[in-house]
Design a protein around this ligand. Structure first.
Ligand SMILES: [Zn+2]
Length: 167
């Protein structure tokens, strides 16, 4: 492991001056943010969030279908009342098809991986704004999301750090 020692050293520094040990569990700003795991996006800095402010749910693409479980818990148990969906330009999800990633996994990891990969869709997409729109639909139509929840969608530009709304 090459990176872990660096992470632990950084954590020592962080903890040495940490003063937020008494925050309540529910997010103070009552918002859940769903975004991609892309390493170029730092939701806390990009959106001005501090510890305790928000739930940030991340996965490959920032896809709602994979996040409904977390969003339901966020709303029902921890009081969030607003959802923001942020996908982004140059997303890795634009770069492959289900068949391609299944092939790669099969070659890298063998037949058990091929069988497992055949049973799931990796949900690649070809249009970022469209994928945001689809996610807004997925969230609005989920019976596990509170009716009337404001859900807004954006495309974040990794070159400028700026977000554009998606209708
Ligand atoms: Zn992405």
């Amino acid at each position: 492991m090459v990176v872990l020692p660096e992470l632990l050293a950084a954590n020592e520094t962080y903890a040495a001056s940490f003063t937020k040990g008494d925050l309540p569990m529910p997010p103070g700003r009552q918002v859940a943010i769903l975004t991609c795991m892309d390493a170029r996006i730092d939701p806390a800095r990009a959106l001005g969030l501090e510890e305790g402010d928000a739930h940030v749910i991340r996965n490959a693409g920032g896809l709602a279908a994979e996040a409904i479980r977390s969003l339901a818990i966020s709303q029902e148990l921890l009081g969030t009342r607003e959802i923001v969906v942020i996908h982004h330009t140059d997303c890795g999800m634009l770069t492959f098809t289900d068949d391609q990633i299944r092939q790669r996994l099969s070659e890298s990891l063998g037949p058990d991986a091929a069988a497992a990969a055949a049973g799931i869709t990796f949900q690649p997409f070809s249009d970022v704004a469209r994928s945001v729109h689809d996610d807004l639909e997925t969230i609005h139509s989920s019976p596990l999301i509170r009716p009337g929840t404001p859900v807004t969608g954006f495309v974040y530009d990794v070159r400028t750090g700026r977000m554009s709304p998606v209708e």
